[in-house]
Design a protein around this ligand. Structure first.
Ligand code: HEC
Length: 173
């Protein structure tokens, strides 16, 4: 092959690689091949959610008997602070949950026991137009639960908190 031809081919190939890489970054909802994605929505557990800010906490009675914390990425936290609804594209919320148990060191306190689920909501108004703009994922030990469970997410969120863009948790000061 002629050297200039080869050079331009290489440039085209590297441009294509760059645009692939940047589009993957801009659309966090698109699952990288190595991460297990939720059925229906194709949502994955975001890499860095343990660095995100706290939105609020909750507990639920038996049988689940859980303690929960909801965290949000920068886009979600900014929207909360500004009271911006609907949440903009790119907003992500993660709900962590643990079994609740009595503190061994200080019995009046209830503390987290073993981790139960990690749940994710990703805003992408085009991709998830038919579910209020949110994609949903529920994970146990890093693996998504079945399709039937994912069919319940939007129904419950939309039935009960439609006026808050299908998001239950309020920002706690
Ligand atoms: C029967 C109602 C119900 C169903 C079904 C449901 N959720 Fe939720 N979800 C809640 C409630 C209530 C909260 C508020 C926090 C709490 O009480 O734990 C919540 C909170 C969340 C949050 C934190 C953001 C927010 O809205 O507060 C995420 C993320 C989430 N749920 C994901 C899911 C996913 C994924 C599914 C489906 C696999 C799902 N939920 C199914 C009721 C529901």
């Amino acid at each position: 092959m002629h050297p200039t031809r080869l050079a331009s081919l290489l440039i085209v190939a590297s441009l294509a690689a760059t645009s692939l890489a940047s589009s993957a970054k801009d659309t966090p909802a698109k699952p990288p091949a190595h991460k297990p994605a939720s059925p229906i929505y194709g949502v994955v557990v975001p890499d860095d959610y343990r660095q995100w800010q706290l939105v609020g906490v909750a507990t639920e009675d038996a049988p689940l008997d859980e303690l929960r914390a909801v965290v949000g990425n920068r886009i979600a936290i900014d929207a909360y602070r500004l009271g911006k609804l609907p949440f903009p594209d790119g907003a992500m919320l993660v709900k962590l949950a643990w079994k609740r148990q009595r503190s061994a060191e200080f019995p009046p306190a209830t503390v987290p026991g073993s981790a139960t689920t990690v749940q994710v909501m990703v805003k992408d108004s085009k991709r998830y137009a038919s579910s209020g703009g949110w994609g949903y994922g529920r994970f146990v030990d890093g693996k998504p639960v079945d399709k039937a469970q994912h069919e319940t997410c939007f129904a419950c969120h939309n039935a009960l908190v439609k006026a808050r863009d299908d998001v239950f948790t309020k920002f706690m000061p």
